[in-house]
Design a binder for this molecule. Structure first.
Ligand code: SF4
Length: 340
């Protein structure tokens, strides 16, 4: 420990393994470095989302979130390393994940203030807010962006995976976006039982309000209620990634798209050549969300099927992803239904 590093305050924060490696808090072999630092506070959650390792009844590791391990590290040391990595240009954002445990909001405010006092790093916080007042507290504590996770695409899917409250969460998300334009993100998980059509309809609604969408692929985590559920089909996820990207860029509207009887995207609503050109840089298939959020291996294993690329895609990967996204599941697109 160098002379500049602070005396340990023994308060700890959970640090994603990749982030701990980047900050030099522990040795971690990794082929895709995080461009944002991912920290977590709160501990076991009072809520009980069926897909989440931190859920109240989850039997998953206490230091897991999605398939990632978040070992505890000294808060002061972590913040010092974060400031140094920011100054060295190795980090472009910090994201504080907050589980809904007793006193979570006050704890989140305290940690956000500590980070803000130490560094000008762009700061996101992903937490459960109950009101606009909660939203204001988190932003006043130093966050420049707030993530209010909807997770599910419909009230019915949410009820099965998370319990009641989806409509209120959407309402607060939209109110926060009106009150703090350009500073609000949400998380949506593909593969919880929704139809692609339902996800696309929500993409359009959120995009029209300037809400940034962080798209996740459902990932079965051992010890959670959904540990036996399969991840979404890659082709379906590629279609959704393309739809989200094209809608958020305003290049197509959900109403222009066509859907098969099963609600799968049959046509992305543009001329194939124009769609190929719009997707040619591969950006659509990279991790989406706040600027500089790349969440390496949040939904996939190294060397496994890549849902969200945490880095620029190689040309062959782009070609493969576009082929999957544009391969219409329905044979005759003209028969595909439009958005109801
Ligand atoms: S999109 Fe990324 S940076 Fe933003 S709240 Fe979600 S995990 Fe954090």
């Amino acid at each position: 420990m160098s002379s500049r590093e602070p005396q340990s305050s023994s308060e700890t924060v959970n640090v994603s393994l990749g982030t701990a490696g980047l900050l030099g808090l522990q040795e971690v072999a990794q082929d895709a470095l995080p461009t944002a630092a991912y920290l977590m506070v709160g501990g076991r959650c009072l809520r009980d989302c069926a897909f989440c390792a931190q859920a109240r009844t989850s039997q998953a590791r206490a230091d897991a979130l999605s398939r990632i391990v978040w070992p505890p590290h000294d808060l002061d040391l972590t913040i010092t390393r974060l400031r140094e990595a920011r100054e060295a240009g190795r980090l472009r954002r910090c994201c504080l994940q907050v589980t809904t445990a007793p006193g979570y909001l006050a704890q989140a405010e305290r940690v956000l203030r500590r980070i803000r006092q130490a560094s000008d790093i762009p700061l996101s916080v992903s937490a459960h807010a109950r009101s606009l007042q909660d939203v204001r507290r988190l932003l006043d504590a130093g966050a420049d962006r707030l993530g209010l996770a909807l997770d599910a695409a419909t009230p019915e899917v949410a009820l099965a995976a998370k319990g009641p409250g989806w409509a209120q969460a959407l309402d607060l998300l939209e109110s926060a976006a009106r009150a703090y334009p350009g500073r609000v993100s949400t998380h949506l998980i593909a593969g919880l039982g929704e139809q692609e059509r339902e996800m696309v309809r929500l993409f359009q609604r959120l995009a029209e309000q300037g809400i940034t969408i962080g798209l996740f692929a459902f990932t079965p985590v051992p010890g959670t209620a959904l540990e036996r559920r399969q991840p979404p089909a890659l082709a379906s996820y590629r279609r959704l990634q393309a739809a989200r990207h094209l809608i958020q860029l305003g290049l197509v509207r959900a109403a222009d798209m066509r859907f098969g009887e099963d609600g799968a995207i049959a046509h992305l609503g543009g001329a194939p050549s124009a769609l190929r050109q719009a997707l040619a840089d591969g950006q659509a298939f990279r991790t989406s969300g706040c600027p500089d959020c790349n969440r390496p291996y949040y939904n996939e294993r190294p060397g496994g099927v890549m849902y969200n690329y945490p880095r620029p895609l190689h040309p062959a990967e782009i070609a493969e992803a576009i082929a999957l996204a544009l391969a219409a599941p329905a044979r005759d697109v003209s028969q595909g239904e439009r958005l109801g």
